[in-house]
Design a protein around this ligand. Structure first.
Ligand SMILES: [Zn+2]
Ligand SMILES: [Zn+2]
Length: 376
């Protein structure tokens, strides 16, 4: 520990703090609630300077260094004040927290909140009402889970291990069941989940998977035999398989419905039919076609690479449906109309930027080029 602190004492930002810790006679790292054996703790293994690495890497390095120093630090203490008022029989509450002893927060500012100073009042004090207002609000749905939060939830439910959880989530992206972070399910993803719940409920529940994970632990601890777990799992899967086989068509219908919804981008401006992703029979290149074909022959080109997510919105400049294209450096949002006045503007702006910067390519221009390439 002292060795690590030794090479951290010159690190920009956190160095003086490491130096201070080194002067203490005793160092005792805090421990988490759970001991894990499949993943050693992360700690800094060397000294680095800001100039020697990219910006984002420096941030990660700082995080690791500061986290390490925080585990060797003293507790932080804060003071919470709560004030209760009575206004014409209506109870009102306010409160605030201030840090009174910095402790580890001195080196690990990421989870620190701004101090909320509360006026010093005593019981029985009378305060003046400056104004009042009645607000009409609606309850909001809970926020979507980000990948980080999802890992915590999986841990609570006993799903996967520290090493496998990120891969399980990555699988959801790779199979097109979710996109973005926080995760948004695709219609296909919801279709698969629904079909599994309807026709294979035994393997669709997290209880079943968690039970299997527990059984694995019990086998390794010698509490139960491998054969008994294999036998009972086989039993369950056989039942599920029989059920799936007899309801193959219904299962596929639900999933196909989801896939079709994912491929519906919006309404055709000419005929009002759905616009869907189609593929050219010969070239296999994808494009947007109208379901009113052959009466309506409206088509739009599509970029050939990247996953396409319908946004359900329309372009405010031309009225064509907007899509999000995933893959490449970062996702981009565009309407599907190549002749959109907004795209023309973007191209001109990018052109000007290019002339000024010589050789520098703006992201919007790159997208426009990619779209153009895909149409040829
Ligand atoms: Zn049409
Ligand atoms: Zn447009």
């Amino acid at each position: 520990m002292r060795e690590v602190l030794g090479y951290l004492k010159d690190v920009e930002g956190a160095g003086p703090y490491a130096e201070k810790l080194l002067q203490q006679d005793e160092l005792s790292p805090t421990r988490g609630k759970k001991e894990t054996t499949d993943h050693p703790p992360i700690y800094p293994t060397g000294h680095a300077t800001k100039d020697s690495m990219r910006d984002d890497r420096w941030k990660v390095y700082q995080l690791v260094v500061r986290r390490f120093l925080a585990t060797l630090s003293t507790q932080s203490k804060s003071l919470r004040t709560t004030l209760r008022f009575d206004s014409g029989g209506e109870p009102l509450v306010t409160g605030g927290t201030v840090v009174t002893e910095e402790g580890w927060l001195g080196v690990y500012p990421y989870s620190r909140r701004a101090d909320e100073e509360i006026p010093n009042l005593s019981e029985g004090d009378v305060v003046q009402v400056i104004g009042k207002e009645i607000l009409s609000k609606e309850t909001q749905p809970p926020g979507r889970y980000g990948a980080g939060r999802l890992i915590t939830v999986m841990e609570d439910l006993g799903l996967g291990t520290k090493a496998t959880r990120p891969n399980i989530i990555q699988n959801l992206y790779d199979r097109g069941y979710v996109h973005d972070d926080p995760l948004v399910p695709t219609e296909k993803g919801m279709g698969v989940a629904q079909a599994l719940t309807d026709f294979a409920s035994e393997i669709a529940s997290h209880e079943m998977t968690a039970k299997l994970e527990r059984s694995m632990d019990e086998i390794s601890e010698g509490k139960i035999s491998k054969d008994s777990v294999v036998d009972s799992s086989r039993e369950v899967l056989r039942k599920v398989y029989d059920h799936l086989q007899s309801s193959e068509t219904e299962f596929a219908d639900i999933v196909w419905e989801g896939i079709r919804t994912d491929e519906t981008l919006g309404k055709c401006p000419e005929s009002g039919h759905d616009l869907i992703i189609r593929r050219n029979r010969k070239s296999r290149k994808r494009f947007v076609g109208c379901t009113g074909y052959p009466d309506c022959t409206v088509t739009y080109p599509l970029p050939q690479r990247g996953e396409i997510i319908p946004l359900g919105t329309t372009c405010d400049a031309c009225g064509a449906p907007e899509i999000k294209v995933l893959g490449g450096k970062r996702p981009w949002v565009t309407c599907i109309n190549m002749d959109c006045p907004k795209k023309q503007e973007q191209r001109e702006a990018a052109e000007r930027a290019k002339q000024q910067e010589e050789g520098g390519e703006g992201p919007s221009e790159q997208n426009a080029q990619e779209l153009q390439k895909s149409t040829t």
